[in-house]
Design a protein. Sequence first.
Length: 257
Amino acid sequence: MAMNIELRGVSRRYDVRDKNVLDALDVTDLSIAAGEFVCIVGPSGCGKSTLLNLIAGLDTPSTGEVLVGGKPVRGADPSRVLIFQDAALFPWLTAQSNVEFGLRMQGMPAKQRAEESSRLLDLVHLKGFERAYVHELSGGMRQRVAIARALAVNPVVLLMDEPFGALDAMTRDLLHAELERLWADRNLSVVFVTHNVREAARLADRVVLLSSRPGRVVSEFTVDIERPRRMDSPEVSSLAAEITDQLRTEVRRHAHV
């Protein structure tokens, strides 16, 4: 069952050398409905990844609080899974063993682990690659394994940090469709960070634009384009152009500070 996500007055400040302070995220309020697919865009260094880490419970806010399902986030939890641009798989394990890793940590018996991991690899169209090692898989296949591993622990929130940024256009398009299908089938709440504005318009129910550092929400765009969508459709292109215009304004503002 999907859960809502809420950031209330959240900021993140890091202490660096010589007692200087780096503000990564300004005071931010953001609400994400249960089952909503939200994409986060913004200038480089505006706190997009910081925001994901705070929701995941891998970092703690300097002010404010993060709530998932109405409960404050107090550290990492398997109900919230973070997927990176680098699939971050264990290279000494097979695809199946990578997917089984979280299940083994949860104490699931070996036979049940094998059955579940096989089912999940089939779900992401990797049937027949169970025994393949990471170096034997393409970039797109590695991300499919990472998604299957994330789904194995039955999350309700999927956090994705530029997961398709290093992939070629054809593979990226295939994984867009795959992710969209899994999101709908699993009823997940998805927060997806990307530098690709067109990708955001292709995937999201809503696109959130962050300001230059320290990041804060400056605009939100509801995406009313019927699914399934194409990256090159006129509707997606038009919305992407609108978002890009505001993004350029933010980049220019930062350049003149």
